[in-house]
Design a binder for this molecule. Sequence first.
Ligand SMILES: [Fe+2]
Ligand SMILES: [Fe+2]
Length: 262
Amino acid sequence: MLSARSLFQEILDNDESFRLFCSIAAGGESQGGWENARIAALVPRSERDLAPKITRHGADEDKHGRIFHALLRKRGLTPVPVPADTDYTMILERHGIGLAHDRLRADRPLTVPDIITYLAHSRVTEQRASEQMELLRRYFADHQDVGRAVRVISGDEDNHLAYCHEELLSFAAAGHGRTIQRTLRACALAEIRIHRDVSLAVMARMGRILGWRRTRSALLACGIHAVYAYERAAGWRRMVSLRMPERRNALGGPPTPAPEFA
Ligand SMILES: [Fe+2]
Ligand SMILES: [Fe+2]
């Protein structure tokens, strides 16, 4: 049977595929943590109220990275290097989506347009993160090894998405609506393509580790292309809409610790 659930179950059950999955996930999370910490450090004076929320955003992503490493440790596994073609965060950066790492390494304050770029990039990627974690939560919320991790991360990603909506709406109200729409659109259209390519690369590697038959791999690749076709035709629009979230000021407090992992 070929379902998202059975697919994840298979990846979870095998040490090598689980190792690759957690290593890729941890790499992306830590990268996000670093980016947010740098952005928080370079927030322009006019937007300094945002700094603690960006710091919290980064602290959450770092925590997610530690959680994935803890899952590996619990199974007696060590991380593997993230293959370049599966490195979602770095590929986005290379395609000019979000703020360039060179810019973040420089010690020059960011500008308001930079902050909008950061928020738009996060609006799109947090939508992806939130949906993927929601899927995992649906199937594995009660799983004895990964259930707690999945619930913690999923809740955080929902908060990150809510925060992006709220802050972008406030910039839109301040007159940046057109820039925001333009940036969101460019981010979303690039993201869906990169997400497709990374998914194909990850699945090809999983297929080799798990010894999938050629028909199974072909079917999965077909599914990934079908998702892209849908996202290119209409689905991308869900990544660029803005609405006030039910939960306001979602990143207003200190990060919720996950002591059993970190
Ligand atoms: Fe995360
Ligand atoms: Fe996030």
